[in-house]
Write a new protein. Structure first.
Lengths: 128, 147
């Protein structure tokens, strides 16, 4: 019960609103342009990486927490953040290691769960 | 009815006949579903911090759990129903990335485990990783010059 009392409700509200707004941007892109979902995902990750590289995305994360890190822009920003950190530690080598290292958990989880799901779930039969 | 002669008239005619996409309703659904997914992430994040984990580990745990939930919902064929309702609300959060890997993995099972599951898994996620990782390397290289 201590945990429930420790939840910062204002933080949760900011997270909800910012996360929602990022999704609205995606929805407007779907409805108003002919972009396929794949292109939208790529756009969001790349935009996040650029914003992260410029140091802007950090402020959105400070404000909204998971409202900024859970959307794919956060995935991109995390890649950029990792690359910059490792580049600071070990130079050019770090530029190559850092990005994937920072987001390795998510990538490995998606691949692993995808494989497991394909073992268990049956493909749905398309109706003719 | 009178014949359609100019391009403008034709365009008006098409607009009148085609169902207008209810963009406001779509945006509203995307907003609250997307916000809700982020909020679930936030509660999980707070819980990890409450358990004494550091911030980076907390973010990773949040990603892994949300990806796991999305994978299970995709396997149970529930995720695409949420996706139809919420549009970008379930696509833009990390759950959309997970779905883009899990969904073809299940769908192409019949083409075999190596080229079907293993290959088709990255139809959408592949480009995401290519551009995301390339961007991160470029940013890292630029950062080495400024550090």
């Amino acid at each position: 019960m201590d945990f429930l009392q420790s939840i910062d409700w204002m933080q949760l509200l900011r997270c909800f609103i910012v996360g929602g707004i990022i999704c609205i941007i995606g929805q407007i892109l779907i409805d108003k342009t002919k972009l396929t979902p794949a292109r939208i995902l790529v756009t969001f990750v790349t935009a996040g990486a650029i914003l992260g590289g410029l140091g802007i995305y950090k402020y959105i994360i400070d404000f909204a927490g998971c409202g900024a890190t859970v959307p794919l822009t956060g995935f991109g920003a995390n890649l950029a953040k990792g690359a910059i950190q490792e580049a600071g530690n070990s130079g050019l080598l770090g530029a190559f290691i850092g990005g994937v290292k920072a987001s390795s958990g998510g990538i490995a989880a998606a691949v692993f769960f995808g494989y497991i799901a394909s073992l268990i779930a049956k493909p749905k039969i398309k109706k003719q | 009815m009178k014949p359609i002669e100019t391009k403008q008239e034709y365009s008006d005619y098409v607009d009148k006949k085609s169902p207008n996409s209810p963009i406001l309703k779509n945006c509203f659904n995307a907003f609250w579903v997307g916000g809700l997914i982020c909020s679930i992430g936030q509660i999980l994040f707070d819980f990890c911090q409450y358990k004494g984990m550091d911030e980076t580990s907390c973010s990773t745990v949040v990603s892994i759990v949300l990806i796991g939930i999305a994978a299970i919902l995709t396997g149970l064929n529930i995720f695409n129903k949420i996706g139809k309702f919420a549009g970008a609300g379930s696509l833009v959060p990390i759950t959309g990335f997970a779905n883009s890997i899990v969904s073809p993995a299940i769908e192409y099972k019949s083409e075999g485990y190596v080229m079907g599951v293993g290959g088709k898994m990255f139809t959408v996620a592949g480009p995401v990783l290519v551009f995301g990782i390339s961007a991160s390397v470029i940013i890292g290289i630029i950062a080495t010059f400024f550090s």
